[in-house]
Design a protein around this ligand. Structure first.
Ligand code: FEO
Length: 169
C-alpha cells in the first residue's frame, strides 16, 4: 500500500480536524456578521473555504492511495466570544494546535519511512507556517494598537485591517 498502515487512521482524523477548523471559522465569521463587523466577517469567511481545501487535499491524497477514510463527527465550535480580540487570539491558538497536529503526522510519517505521506505533508508544513505568520501578525497588530475589543475607533480600525487582509488574499 502507498500509505503506511499506521498513518491511515491519523490522516483520516486530520480530515475531521480540518473540517472542524472550517466550522470554527464559519462560527467566527457569523459572530462578526451578527455584530456588524464586515471586515472580520470577510476575513474569517475566506478561511472557511481555505480549510475545506485543506480537508479535500487530504481526501484526494487518500483516494489516490486507495486508503479507506472513516469520517468522524465534527465537534461543535465555540460560539460565545467576549470580543473580536478574543476571537483573533482564539484563531491564533487554534492554528498553533493545527501546526502541532501536522508536526505529529509528519514525524510519524518519517518514523514509519512513509515518504509519500511525508512528502505530501510538506505542503501542510509550509501552509501552517503561513497561517502562524498571518495570525501572529494580527495579534501583534492588536497588541501594538492596544485594542481591547471595546466598541469605538480602535475596533473599526481592527475591522478595516482584517478587511484589507481578506482583500489581499
Ligand atoms: Fe488547515 Fe488553518 O490550517
Amino acid at each position: 500500500p502507498m500509505i503506511h498502515a499506521d498513518l491511515v487512521q491519523p490522516l483520516s482524523h486530520q480530515i475531521t480536524n480540518e473540517a472542524y477548523a472550517s466550522q470554527l471559522y464559519l462560527q467566527m465569521c457569523l459572530w462578526a456578521e451578527d455584530r456588524g463587523m464586515p471586515g472580520a466577517s470577510a476575513f474569517f469567511r475566506a478561511h472557511v473555504s481555505e480549510e475545506m481545501a485543506h480537508r479535500d487535499r487530504l481526501v484526494d491524497y487518500m483516494i489516490e492511495a486507495g486508503a479507506p477514510i472513516k469520517l468522524q463527527a465534527v465537534p461543535a465550535p465555540e460560539a460565545e466570544y467576549d470580543s473580536l480580540v478574543a476571537i483573533v487570539k482564539g484563531a491564533y491558538e487554534h492554528e498553533q494546535k493545527v501546526t502541532q497536529q501536522i508536526d505529529d503526522l509528519t514525524s510519524l510519517a518519517l518514523e514509519r519511512r512513509d515518504f509519500n505521506t511525508f512528502n505530501m505533508l510538506q505542503w501542510f508544513v509550509a501552509e501552517q507556517r503561513e497561517e502562524i505568520v498571518l495570525f501572529r501578525g494580527i495579534v501583534d497588530y492588536m497588541n501594538l494598537a492596544g485594542f481591547t475589543g471595546a466598541p469605538g475607533d480602535a475596533l473599526v480600525n481592527l475591522d478595516r485591517y482584517l478587511q484589507q487582509l481578506a482583500s489581499a488574499k
